[in-house]
Every structure is written in C-alpha cells, then in structure tokens.
Design a protein around this ligand. Sequence first.
Ligand code: GLA
Length: 380
Amino acid sequence: MDRRRFIHNSACAGISLTLPPARMQAEAIKKTGLAEVFKDSFKLGTAISTNTLSGKNPPILDLIAREFNAITAENAMKWNSIHPSDDLWNWELCDQFVSFGRANSMLMIGHTLVWHKQTPSSLFNDRGKPISPKKLYKRLENHISTVVDRYKTYIAVWDVVNEAFDEKVGWRKSNWYNLLGPDFLSQSFEIAREADPTAHLIYNDFRLENKKKQAFTIQQIKKIKKKGVRVDGIGLQCHVELDSNKPTIQQLEETIINFYNEGLQVHITELDVDVLPNAWRYRDQHINDLSEEADKLNPYKNGLPKKVGILLAERYEELFRLFIKHQDKIPRVSLWGTSDDETWRNYRPVIGRTNYPLLFDSKQQPKRAYFALHKLATDS
Ligand code: GLA
C-alpha cells in the first residue's frame, strides 16, 4: 500500500460519528490532501527547510507527504550548503531530500545551481586573490555537473540560474556576471543539459511582472535560445504581499501569458503571501531593536486576527483561480514552505517578526486559506 493510501485509510479508521460537524468537516477535507484535489490542474509543491530535512520536525514531513506532490529544498541544495569549499561536499541533507521524494513518489525540484547569494566566499577567491574567469568557469562546470549527475534519475526539474537580472539595471552585477560576463547564463544551462539531457531546466526570478525586468528576461532567454541552448521553463517566485496587493492578478496573468508565448512552461516556484507591513527598509535588523516601529511592523505577534485570515484566504483563492485558469501553461505551483513556524518571512527582511504567509499555522493546523483552496479545487 502506498503511503498516501495508508494515511488515508488510517484517517478513515479514526473517524467517529460523535465528532462535532466542524471537526468532521476538517477531518473529511484533510483525508484528501490538497495535491490530490489539484491533481488534474498541476502539481502542488512545497519547500522543505533544513531543519525539517535534518529530522527535527517529523510532523511537518507527515504533513508534506499528505498534502503535496512536489518538493524543493529551501536551502540544503544551495551552493554554500552542498558544496561549502572546493573539495568538500555535504550530500547528507540532499540525499535525505531525494529519498523522501522517492518514498512519496514526488516531483523533485533542484534549487538552485547558480545564484549570487548563499555561496561560500571562497568560491570567488583563489588562495586569497580574486579568481580568474577561467578557473571560476571550471568551478561552475564542476559544481553543476557533479550535482546534476548525482541526482539525475530523481530530480526532474532544476532551477538552473536564480535571479541573474535586476529590474533597474538589466544584468545584476554579481560576481558571476562580473567575472564570466553574460555568458554564465547560457553556460550554466549547457552544463546542466549535458549532465542530464532529459531534465526540465528553468530560469527562476522574482518580480517578473515588472515590465522592464520581464522584457529584459525574455530578451536574454531569446538570445541564448538563438545560440541553440534550450531553456524549458520560467520560474515565477511569487513572493506576494497582502498589504500592497502586489502583484495584481492582472499583472500576474499578463506575465504568465507573455512567458508562455515565448515557448516556456510557467512554474510558480516560491509562493507565499506576506501579511505584515513592508519592512525592507529595515532589512537584517532585529525587531527588538526597532523600538519605536516594532509594534507597527509586527502587529500580529499574539495571533492572526480573523479578518486578516479572511483576507489571506481571499488572496490565495484569487491566485489559485488564476493558476487554474492557466493550468495549460502551469505544470506546478509550489508554496515556499508548509507551516508558519518555519517560514523565512519570520526573519526576512526583519528578524524576529511573526508572519502568517502559508497554508498551515505554526501548530501545523490548516488555516482558512487551506480550506478555501480545497473548496476551490473541489468545485472547479
Ligand atoms: C529567494 C531564493 C530562495 C530563498 C528566498 C528566501 O527567493 O530563490 O531560495 O532564499 O529567496 O528564502
């Protein structure tokens, strides 16, 4: 018996007719995981934290097995985790990730091969001196081919390059760009393709609904395709804000259509809905050090007010309505995490806030947004 069926059957066995109606309804909904109800539209994924992969949070793993059918490692596969120095590889957590995915027959997404963040500082140095472009290229080649080759029969989708573009200046002036020039993008795709010719390779970025960034991204992807390099998909991160209503549904819809018209499959890769006031101007500060602003910036530290929970559910619902409408273009929608206790939003941009961006609360119980999506999928 597969794990999902096993869990399903166990849950059925536990139902008693004396349960109050609301509880019964919750149990009934939970018996069919969310991925199951969306299965005719797209895969439904989540990101697994390093904490959970290390086995420190078994209830989240059970929840993921029940509710999702695609997984991304939130941090464990980033360069500084998996390959902290030239000759050191940490495979353990990534192997763990793959064996969990295999045990539950999930689509696995490799995140991410090339990014300007979360890289070891030694990567761009050669015994204390800035590295030469030639040596850096060798490191790039070695990294991508080693990682892709190791997981090639299991990881079907790769975020090959993450965030290479900037909405203001075009190419982000990262170490990759500064040392290897714009070719690092096509080179990364070529190396990954060679390591696994059948993998689905995507370019991933945030705020691609920004017209300028979108046009630049399309232009660069077109250029590398012209050189004969295949790019299969675009990853729209979709870190959404409740406060500002950004991006709007219309912006997102245009973005999905525009990339699809370029011959790219559209993946929603890191969806969450930030319910707190925008605090990027206080980036990396601790909430306790922002004495005057603290209450304003962290308004729900004692719990999410019902009316905000309703707004959150409505926001998720309109997003998923759009994804369902464009399901022919969208093979997968992934949340950036499962429950609010583990979200990066509690420490970015400001450390120590209490945010509520996901479908399960910090006790791993389904929120109103979860039920809204369940109903939406069942009714569609
Ligand atoms: C970007 C990256 C993710 C993650 C988030 C913050 O979106 O692609 O891996 O680091 O930032 O968690």
